[in-house]
Ligand binder design. Structure first.
Ligand code: FES
Length: 63
């Protein structure tokens, strides 16, 4: 049987790194399947929420 474990890691001053196969449901109800690794915004500045688009760097997100 396939391992279904998913690991979520908060990267320092950056997004949540999700390792594993997941389905991300966006606020409009559409779903996107992500395989292996994905990055979710936790700074609030991404133009592609809920995914990280790198905007945390230019906004100097610190946690
Ligand atoms: S964490 Fe990368 S854009 Fe928000």
């Amino acid at each position: 049987m396939e391992n279904q474990n998913v690991k979520v890691t908060a990267l320092p001053n950056g997004p949540l790194m999700v390792e594993g196969n997941v389905t991300v449901v966006k606020k409009d109800g559409t779903a996107e399947n992500k395989e292996n690794k994905s990055f979710l915004c936790r700074c609030g500045h991404s133009g592609n929420k809920p995914f990280c688009d790198g905007s945390h760097k230019k906004n100097n997100f610190q946690d």
